[in-house]
Design a protein around this ligand. Sequence first.
Ligand code: NAI
Length: 377
Amino acid sequence: MVGGGQGAYIGHIHRLAARLDGQWQLVAGAFDVDPERGRTFALSQGLDPARSYGTWQEMIAAEAARPDRVEAVAICTPNFTHYPIAKALIEAGFDVICEKPLTATLADAVALEQLARDSGRFVGVTYTYSGYPMVHEARVRVAAGEIGAVRTVQVEYPLEWMATAIEQQGNAQAVWRTDPVKNGRGGSIGDIGTHAYHLAGFVSGLTLDSLTADLATFVGGRALDDNAHVMLRYQGGARGLLWSSQVAIGNSNGVRLRVFGETGSVQWYQEQPNELILTPLEGRVQVIKRGAAGLSEDAQARTRTPPGHPEGYLEAFANLYAGFAEAIRARAEGREPDAIGRNLPTAWDGLKGVAFVEAVVDSAGATDQPWLRPVAV
Ligand code: NAI
């Protein structure tokens, strides 16, 4: 692992998720921007002192030379470091699990995706919400035509944690997220809008054609958007609306997706992740429970406990890790992956997310927004 050291947010979740199915073992790491702190943290995780590295450069050089070298490296650092770290890892022959957004700039994302393709290395991107079994169930049902041709997609990712200027009080996560160089050009839209964008495309099966965006920065002194509304136009004519917000008071992690088709709709809410709501025309609302009989192979492969014994965030994250392990193993064995190793977020999805952010920020900054009209009365 690179990053995810003492006090970091997501690294801990990666470690828990990777452990859940016994497919991964954490054996080496450069966990912190401060080499000494990183080494101390590695030791606290029980790692071999010889594999408790101060920097990722040191780790790559040393691991590449070991007969028992690590197989894959998870990158859990701020966005602007993803590209140089991932590039060096791929060039040294390692598979990569990278946090989203894939990179801080579109040029880096294009280069990284190309490198992943040319090298044949596996690059998984941790779009967390695509790890949930009921999100897979929704995808399968939409693809099977259960709601008919998709007309509209409503997706939102509201959070409240940046409703005040916490970056000015030194909040470690907010400090780099509000720095355009370290974060990239999109504030809320890059940080959480990328999750929403991926989720909407994943379930609806639609490909985005174009968009128009309205970005706002509500907290004074902040350099990047903390609220975004984006109108989406998908290939084939479907429409969508995406909202990401870091200032939506009352929302801890309110990811919500609703997809409306010609004959029905599906909805899923991450704070009730064990349920998928399917409503055919004329309102006979069905609550489909995770673990119920007759669900798709894709959902079953990502389900550990029977209905009524709730699963959640950690299990969804673990599904990504189990999927990445299966995809890597299948490649080594020259076979097709099992269900859990299919439909995974990879470098291509990461690149699409960064391209989306770029288009949103360009759209919002355009001075000739054709849709922006004053209202007369
Ligand atoms: P954080 O600021 O809490 O932690 C970053 C960690 O990386 C720290 O331990 C820091 O010391 C370390 N680090 C920074 N530069 C480093 C370097 N050059 N070498 C080694 N370590 C280095 O950040 P957070 O919130 O954990 O975010 C990290 C990444 O994860 C971001 O890309 C973020 O967008 C993504 N993320 C993804 C989530 C998801 O749901 N998939 C949720 C939260 C974050």
